[in-house]
Design a protein around this ligand. Structure first.
Ligand code: SF4
Ligand code: FES
Length: 248
């Protein structure tokens, strides 16, 4: 395939970015999107042009690093896949592809397609943990019976990889899907009940302080989430928050 790529270039967080157009030839439909970007970067370097900065790590849909907005969609046109798992067979010869960074006030651009998502780390640090003592006297895993539906829902919530696509997709740049997944993965299990009240209060407070917007139930986050995190988690977090506020 021969493609035209329109890519956001921005030297650093202070500078004004702009779209640049590049041509790329002989792209295999079996390449991943990031492999195509690697080929483009090799081409740019041989031309003496600064390669495009973009985040990636695992390249197998686990780490949540590969944050790109492709043709107006977080992680591109495919469903339930990250950018690293998106294949070039989803595009056609002659296509023009627009590639931008995830855009949100709480995710400032560092360079080109790389954004600072440390706001998510601070939300996690505010409450995304349990204080169960696991050193020396660990209970057998099967000693506490857990309802299968709760276990499944907790596991589903725990599949959130913290990629930020929900924020980038939301017109309000809300982080509710991410935060609610993190709250839900603990609140559904007995181990998470100990700090349930302070967890939801602290994580929501940190989320607000980081400058994420509010949720207005448009549901775009759920559509673009590569892990299929359900809006049901947001409803659960709202209930938890209300309960914690009344308790407080
Ligand atoms: S909820 Fe989905 S889109 Fe949001 S950070 Fe988690 S995996 Fe990414
Ligand atoms: S590079 Fe790890 S999820 Fe894409």
């Amino acid at each position: 395939m021969n493609l035209t790529l329109k890519v956001w270039r921005q030297a650093n967080s202070e500078s004004k970015g702009k779209m640049e157009t590049y041509q790329i030839a002989d792209v295999s439909p079996d390449m991943s999107f990031l492999e195509m970007m690697d080929v483009l970067n090799e081409q740019l370097m041989t031309q003496g042009i600064d390669p495009i900065a973009f985040d990636h790590d695992c390249r197998e849909g686990i780490c949540g690093m590969c944050s790109m907005f492709i043709n107006g969609e977080a992680h591109g046109p495919d469903r339930l896949v990250t950018t690293c798992q998106l294949h070039m067979r989803k595009f056609n010869n002659g296509d023009t592809i627009t590639i931008e960074p995830f855009r949100a006030k709480a995710f400032p651009v560092i360079k080109d397609l790389t954004v600072d998502r440390s706001a998510f780390d601070r939300v996690q640090q505010a409450g995304g943990f349990v204080s169960v003592n696991t050193s020396g006297n660990t209970q057998d895993a099967n000693a506490i019976p857990i309802d299968k539906h709760d276990a499944d829902k907790a596991f589903d919530a725990a599949t959130c990889i913290g990629c930020g696509a929900c924020v980038a997709t939301c017109k309000n740049a809300s982080a509710m899907l991410f935060v609610s997944a993190k709250v839900s993965q603990y609140s559904l299990l007995p181990q998470g009940k100990v700090e349930a009240t302070e967890r939801v209060m602290n994580m929501v407070k940190q989320m607000d302080e980081e400058g994420f917007g509010n949720c207005t139930n448009t549901g775009a986050c759920e559509v673009e989430c590569p892990k299929g995190i359900s809006l049901e988690n947001i409803a659960r977090m709202n209930r938890e928050y209300l309960y914690a506020s009344l308790k407080g």
